[in-house]
Design a protein around this ligand. Structure first.
Ligand code: HEM
Length: 216
C-alpha cells in the first residue's frame, strides 16, 4: 500500500510553529511546577513563612491573575500536544505493540508522557479550581484539606505523575531540539532522573508536614 505523507509547505510550516509553541509552553510549565514546589515547601520551615509568601502573592495579584493564566498555558499545552496523541483504540494498540517490539527507551518516555498528560489535566484542573476558589492560601487551610477525605492520596498521585511527566518532557525537549548531543544523552537522562526524584522527595516531605500539622 502506498504511504501518504503530509504535503510540504503551509501544513509543514504550521506544524513546525505548533511544535515550537508546544515546547515553549512546556518550558513555562516546567518552571511553574518547580517554583510551585519550592514555594509550597516553605511550609517545612514554618507555616508562617508559607502564609507570608501566600499573602505576598495575593496582595500583588500574582495568584488571582497568574493562576488563571497558568491554567490557560496548561490548556494550550495540552491542545498542542494532543495533535500527536492517538485517541482511537486501534491507533493506541498499534503504538503499544510497536513500542514493545522496538524496546526503545525514547518511545517509552513518549508513551509515559502522553498517558500521564490525560490524568494530570483532570487532576490539576480540579486542584487549581479548589485552590483558587478558596483564597487566601494558608498553611492551616491546606493542612485541614490534606488531612481530610482522600486529598493526601490525590496529591500523592498528582505529585508523582507531575514530576515524572515534567522529567520526561525535559528529557525529550533536550533530545528532540538538539540541545543535548547523542554522546551526552546518558548523563542528561541521569541528571533529569535525579531532579525528578529530588522534587518527588521534596513534595513527600511537604505533604508529610501538612499531614502531621496540628490544625486546632
Ligand atoms: C493556579 C495554580 C495553583 C495554585 C494556586 C496551587 C496551590 C496549591 C496549594 C495551596 C497547595 C497546598 C494544598 C492545598 O491547599 O490544596 C498545593 C499543593 C500541590 N500542588 Fe498546587 N497549585 C496550583 C497549580 C498546580 C499545578 C498546575 C500542579 C501540577 C500540575 C500542582 C501540583 C501540586 C502538588 C503535587 C501539590 C502537593 C504538595 C507539593 O508537592 O508541593 N499545583 N498547590
Amino acid at each position: 500500500m502506498p504511504i501518504s505523507y503530509a504535503p510540504a509547505g503551509k501544513t509543514g510550516k504550521w506544524d513546525g510553529a505548533m511544535d515550537w509553541l508546544q515546547m515553549l509552553s512546556g518550558i513555562c510549565l516546567i518552571l511553574f511546577v518547580w517554583c510551585h514546589a519550592f514555594l509550597e515547601s516553605s511550609v517545612i520551615i514554618s507555616p508562617e513563612l508559607l502564609n507570608t509568601i501566600g499573602h505576598f502573592l495575593e496582595a500583588t495579584g500574582m495568584v488571582q491573575v497568574g493562576g488563571p493564566l497558568i491554567f490557560l498555558v496548561f490548556l494550550a499545552h495540552f491542545v498542542l500536544a494532543a495533535r500527536k496523541i492517538p485517541f482511537r483504540f486501534e491507533a493506541q494498540a498499534s503504538i503499544w505493540h510497536q513500542a514493545k517490539m522496538l524496546r526503545h527507551g525514547d518511545t517509552w518516555t513518549w508513551i509515559v508522557q502522553a498517558a500521564s498528560a490525560m490524568i494530570i489535566l483532570i487532576m490539576a484542573a480540579i486542584h487549581m479550581w479548589v485552590a483558587l476558589s478558596d483564597l487566601p492560601i494558608t498553611a492551616a487551610k491546606s493542612a485541614a484539606r490534606i488531612q481530610s477525605g482522600g486529598w493526601s492520596i490525590f496529591f500523592l498521585f498528582l505529585l508523582v505523575l507531575t514530576h515524572v511527566h515534567v522529567g520526561a518532557g525535559l528529557y525529550r525537549i533536550g533530545v528532540k531540539w538538539g540541545f543535548v548531543k547523542d554522546t551526552e544523552r546518558a548523563v542528561f537522562l541521569k541528571t533529569v532522573t535525579m531532579i525528578v526524584f529530588g522534587f518527588i522527595g521534596l513534595g513527600l516531605i511537604t505533604l508529610g508536614r501538612y499531614f502531621f500539622m496540628s490544625v486546632n
